[in-house]
Design a protein around this ligand. Sequence first.
Ligand SMILES: N[C@@H](CCC(=O)N[C@@H](CS)C(=O)NCC(=O)O)C(=O)O
Length: 212
Amino acid sequence: MLTLYDYLPSQNAWKVRLLLNHLDIPYRTEIVRIFEGEGQRPDFLAVNPTGAVPALRLPDGRTLAESNAILTYLAHGTPYLPADPFGQAKVQQWLSFEQDHVASIATLRHWTLTGKLARRAPALVDRLRHVAGKALAILDRELTQRPFIAGDAYTIADMSLFAYVHRADEAGLALSDYPGVMGWIGRVRAQPGFLGTVYPYSIDPFSGGELP
Ligand SMILES: N[C@@H](CCC(=O)N[C@@H](CS)C(=O)NCC(=O)O)C(=O)O
């Protein structure tokens, strides 16, 4: 059976939970208490050298980290990843966009919800807000032209982007300013096997501390 190394408030881990739910694949969960330093333990660093979740252990013992790499692996041969090379590369284009641009929303949301924002340099916060706003504007423009980000079909690129984009209000960004994104959020939520559960940071009393 697959093992998912998880931290419940992590939306990067939620992406993987979402795909596993769509595919109805059974798995066991191993919680990594990242704010208590468990990600830096040698046994976990052997699973993911960066110490971050999510990570996946296959039944044969091999391990894989990075949410988008895990999505790509699990989606092979399913309707969530095109079979043709161009379609796959188009999905990869948006997975890269997610890591390069949408991570700003993840960081702002984390800082906002855990009370760290006021401790951060205003110039850094402004820079992240600029990057996040630009990312939402790009997605808005694209998603008014087609139903899903990589084309007509719902793919892992949508799952990956959705994880933090649909929580952008919690990062201080008004989603109502982006009607194209709002319409897409509705289409993603309507997918069979959609997973609505999102865990708040407040379930972890240590989440107000800094990561080691
Ligand atoms: N690029 C990575 C980012 C993973 C990430 O930042 N995970 C956070 C939780 S959302 C984490 O585990 N942070 C702990 C750390 O970096 O030590 C991915 O997409 O999987």
